[in-house]
Every structure is written in C-alpha cells, then in structure tokens.
Design a protein around this ligand. Structure first.
Ligand code: NAD
Length: 441
C-alpha cells in the first residue's frame, strides 16, 4: 500500500521504517527540514537500537522515501499517519496544534480517497475534531478516520512495532477497517492480534494503558518509601507481588520514577481531559505526585549522606530517561541534577548515549565520556538509569577512583552484598542500606 507519514520523530520514523520493512511504499515528512535532510542521507536523528539498519534497507530498496512537504508526502497515498508531537501546554492539557495543522495540510493536498490515521497520543474526542477539520478544509475529500494508538517503548521501538502484543484500530467504516487489516496483514498473519473497536474507545484505551503503567511504577515507589521505614526489601516485595498473575511483575521496579515524553505528559493531559468531561479522578494526580517524590527522596538521601552539598562532587550514572535511548525528555536524572545543583553540588554525569542531549538541556551539568573518569574524586555516585553496562562496572576500580565510596542506587542495579564486599556505603531504593556498620540482609 502507499502510505504517508507526517512527523518523523520517535513514533513516525519507526512507523516509516517498519511499514517499509513490511513491504509498503512509505513516504515520510517532518516540519523540521534538517531532520528530513538527515534522513535522506540515511542518518537517524536519534538513537534507537536497530533503527539505522532498517532505515538504510528501506532507502536502498526504494520502498522508503522522505519528502520536504506534506503535499509531496500524501500524493497518491491511500493511508496517511499523523505522528506529530502532542506536547503539554502550561496547564498540562495536550497541545494539538500540530495535529490540526497536519490534518488541514493533508486535506488540502490529498489526491484521492484517504484513510487518515491518528497515531499520536491524543485526548479522547480528537477524532471528532479531526473529522470536522478535514470536512471543513476539503468538503469533497473522501476520507475515513482511524485511531491507531502507538504502544512502542523507546529503546525497544523496532521490536515493539514489528512484534507488538496487539494492534489497536478504532474506526467507523468497513473501508477503514479493511484498509488497516490489509496494512497490518504481514503482522496479523503471524497471529498478532488486531483489536477492532470504535474511535472513542481506542483513544480512551491509550490513556488508560499509560495511566495504569504509570500507576504500577508509582505503586512500587510508594512501597519503596514504606519498605525503607520498615526495614523491608521492595525488590522482594515486587517479586512476591509479581508471582501473582493477576498482578504481574512488569513495571514494579522501584526507583527514580518514570520520565520520557509520554507518561508525564499523557497523565497530565488525561487529568485535564477528565476534568473537562466533568469527571474526577484524583488518582491521576497522586500517581504524578509519588513520581516527583521519588526524585526528591533520592536527592534527600544524597544530602543526608553528604551533609552540605556545596563543594561536593556528585556523579550521575545514566542521564537518559530509560536505558537504550538517548532521549532525555522529562528524565528523572535531570530533575535530580537540578535539585542537587540548586543546593550547590558540583554535578557530573555519564551516559552511554544521552550525554550530548543532557548537556543541551542542562548546561550546568558536566558530562563525561567514561564512568570511571566521571567517578574520579567523586563524593557520591547516584545511579539514575539502569543501563546494562552499569551492572558490569569494575566495583573495585570504581571505589578506588572515588574520594568517598558512597553510592545511592536510584535503580537498584547493584547487588548489596557485592557493594558490602567492596567496602561501599550503599543506599539502594526501598532496600536496607549497606553501611560500614550495618550489612544488608
Ligand atoms: P517526537 O517529538 O519525537 O516527534 C514528533 C515529530 O513531529 C517531530 O519530528 C516534529 O518536528 C514533527 N512535527 C511537529 N509538528 C509537525 C507538523 N505540523 N508537520 C510535520 N511534522 C511535525 O515525538 P514522538 O515521541 O514521536 O511522539 C509523537 C506522538 O506519539 C506523541 O503524541 C506521543 O505522545 C506519541 N507516542 C510516543 C511514544 C514514544 O515512546 N515516544 C510512544 C507512544 C506514543
């Protein structure tokens, strides 16, 4: 099928390369001309495992192309995906200006009957607005509207797109469902379920999924605070909870909390939406509050251990909001860095992929190219992102290079027993600390 994709960010670009890989003819566009120039040269504007390979394959096969305008992108396309950003406004409401602009432009330039797919995360009811905009802009255009929310995780985006747990399609006409079934046939052929529902239900289900996942993380963090007071171990609590299939182990890792471009903004947008609908769901605000508390609690641990933060060197291991990405949007590491900097600490950071993005976001942060270099002379290390490479750091070397062997583990990546053996003072999250006078059980 001929597919157009508007917005070639984390979701749009992955959609482009994945659909081209599945055999469709895909054209992508973005309002950021530099991104398009980069993509045409075969370079991805961000890091995502496996993306570069699929990008070069798509370009080489001729099935994938990037064009400078929406007009050129929707030409001849039977399905057009809208994948533009939906950032938060000051009050948390989703800013849908890019969605409206894309829809108007698309309507002006569509060359035939078009299935218009909203893939961006949007408040329920956006489809109704889009339908009105498309009609207003182009009364003669034959179109069908689809909500096809994206569930990919950054860092595993290619795998999540080519092997999703489910594909969700909300639509109103047989033609729209037929088109989406054809589009995803290479996946459904492999027994990947395609769930069909109405537009509103699909839009709402995306809010519900993100809110529930964030809830699980905040629940684990609330348990971590209680475990610390009680002297219990939140990692074991999570294992025990997760052994119950009604609960499940995933997303019960206590730590610095969630970040990224989705959960924080989607939760705020959902809260505003519920209010607009005349409802009341204080749970959503509580999830966000507990998430902020996770960063504050970690900052307090550092302060408690170091006393006065002025003149202290604090090293953050991991700056990306999660492993395997260079994305630092709403990264807990940067929120923590700001709290520590505000109290006068000298904050350094190391991240395998996200150092440049972190530096661009927070100029006061000193970024290092190597974890041992970062740790040289440090008074404290704080683990902020659970990159795999941190699990295999040489603890002896790390300890020898630090001014004081103190580690605050915001992701519970280290084994408390190994930390004790190496002589660290170690503060994990929601687990008993290891101090020279007290050992973890
Ligand atoms: P992104 O910021 O990485 O990409 C958005 C892209 O849209 C940017 O390249 C931007 O230049 C482009 N854009 C903005 N306005 C445009 C316009 N008028 N015309 C053409 N291009 C335009 O954002 P993202 O992470 O890809 O997210 C996109 C949407 O998908 C959001 O609604 C997000 O909530 C949702 N989503 C994201 C993820 C994720 O993990 N990143 C997962 C699921 C859903």
């Amino acid at each position: 099928m001929k597919v157009g994709v508007i917005g070639t960010g984390h979701v749009g670009l992955v959609t482009c390369v994945a659909l081209a890989h599945l055999g469709h003819r895909v054209a992508g566009t973005d309002s950021d001309g530099e991104k398009i120039a980069l993509l045409r040269r075969g370079s991805s504007p961000f890091y995502e495992p496996g993306l570069d390979d699929l990008l070069s394959q798509g370009l080489a096969s001729g099935g994938l192309d990037f064009r400078p305008s929406i007009a050129e992108t929707v030409q001849g396309a039977t399905v057009v995906f809208i994948c533009v950003g939906t950032p938060p406004r000051a009050d948390g409401e989703a800013n849908l200006l890019a969605i409206e602009r894309s829809a108007r432009e698309l309507a002006r330039h569509a060359t035939g009957p078009t299935v218009v797919v909203e893939k961006s995360t949007v408040p329920v009811g956006t489809g109704v607005r889009l339908r009105a905009i498309l009609r207003q802009e182009r009364p003669d255009l034959e179109f069908a509207l689809v909500s096809n929310p994206e569930f990919l995780r950054e860092g595993r985006a290619i795998q999540d797109t080519l092997e999703p747990d489910r594909i969700l399609v909300g639509a109103e006409t047989t033609e729209a469902f037929d088109a989406m079934r054809r589009l995803y046939e290479p996946l459904t052929r492999r027994a990947i379920p395609l769930i069909e529902t109405d537009l509103m239900t699909a839009e709402l289900a995306k809010h519900a999924c993100n809110a529930y996942l964030a809830l699980k993380i905040s629940f684990a963090n609330a348990m971590a605070r209680i475990c610390e007071r009680a002297g219990a171990d939140v990692v074991r609590v999570a294992e025990i909870m997760g052994a119950d299939p009604r609960i499940g182990r995933a997303f019960l890792d206590a730590g610095l909390g969630y970040g990224g471009s989705c959960f924080p903004k989607d939760l705020a947008a959902f809260e505003r939406l519920v209010e607009r609908l005349g409802g009341d769901l204080p749970l959503l605000g509580e999830i966000a509050r507990i998430n902020e508390e996770a960063v504050q609690a970690t900052a307090e641990k550092v302060k408690e251990a170091l006393w006065n933060l002025e003149d202290k060197r604090v090293v953050l291991l991991g700056l990306a909001f999660k492993p395997d990405t260079d994305d630092v949007r709403f990264a807990p590491a940067l929120a923590l860095a700001r709290l520590l900097l505000a109290q006068g600490a000298h904050v350094l950071g190391y991240d395998p992929k996200a150092a440049a993005n972190a530096k661009a976001e927070l100029a006061e942060l000193e970024v290092c190219l190597d974890p041992y270099e970062a740790a040289t002379g440090a008074d404290c290390i704080v683990v902020c992102t659970e990159w795999d490479e941190f699990r295999s750091l040489d603890l002896g070397r790390l300890k020898d290079t630090m001014a004081h062997p103190l580690v605050v583990d915001g992701r519970n990546v280290f084994d408390p027993e190994a930390m004790r053996r190496h002589g660290f003072t170690y503060y994990p999250t929601g687990r008993p600390p290891v101090t020279p006078h007290r050992t973890a059980t």
